[in-house]
Every structure is written in C-alpha cells, then in structure tokens.
Design a protein around this ligand. Structure first.
Ligand SMILES: [Zn+2]
Length: 133
C-alpha cells in the first residue's frame, strides 16, 4: 500500500512537470545562399526563443564556420556558402552545448554568472552545470 502511494506521488510529480512541456519550441534555422553569402532568415527569432546573447551565438557560429557574420534586419548574414544541413547541424550543436539541460534535456535554462564563471541553471529540474567553451 505504501509503495503504491509512493508511486502515485511520483506519477503526480511527473505529470505536473509535463504540463510545461513544449513551452519552448526552438525554431530550425532557415538558410539560403545568395552569391557568396549564407543568410539565416530567422536568426533573431532563434535568439529570442533560446534567450541567449546574440553576440555569443554569432561568435560560436562564425568560429565554427571560420567566417564572419553580421546581423541585418533580424537575419544573420555569413560570409561563405554553407548548406542548410551544415547550418542546422551548427545550430543543433549550439543548442546541445549551451541551451539544453544535460540532466533533463529540456531547454528551460538560464546562464548565470558566478564570480566570473558561467554556469547553466535549469529551471525545469534545477540542475546546475558547467558550460563548455
Ligand atoms: Zn534540467
């Protein structure tokens, strides 16, 4: 009987948590190539959704692609030609490294600064983790 109660309680906790699921839907980057440039059309939407520093994301993307980039009316314009597949993989990696909680794999995280050390705190499960890079 006690065991069943415990299971009930566990189940309730799980379902309560589940209510928030899907709160944040991370958009897939939409990119097009124009001449020698690659344009990520929904860059600002991506930045807004994951609530990360735009500069930091650009730094990551340009480093990984060994190119440079500027933001113009919500779009990120990269110097160089990159396929939609490459761009998607880059953004996926960024999300995996800097947005998703390593414990529960949900994107409800915030970056905090603890005496100069950046850490990631998950608002869904409370896990605190170090940030790579
Ligand atoms: Zn978590």
């Amino acid at each position: 009987m006690e065991y069943e109660k415990m299971l009930d309680r566990l189940y309730m906790q799980v379902t309560t948590k589940g209510k928030n699921e899907g709160r944040m839907e991370i958009p897939k980057p939409e990119s097009i190539i124009e001449g020698n440039k690659t344009i990520i059309k929904n860059f600002s939407q991506f930045v807004k959704t994951i609530e990360r520093d735009e500069k930091q994301i650009i730094k990551y993307i340009t480093k990984e692609t060994a190119s440079s980039g500027v933001v113009n009316s919500g779009r990120l314009i990269l110097n160089g030609k990159f396929s939609q597949f490459q761009i998607e993989r880059l953004f996926d990696n960024y999300v995996k490294n800097f947005v998703l909680c390593p414990e529960c794999k949900r994107p409800d995280t915030k970056i905090l600064d603890r005496q100069g050390v950046k850490i990631m705190k998950c608002e869904a499960c409370g896990a605190i983790s170090a940030i790579k890079g």
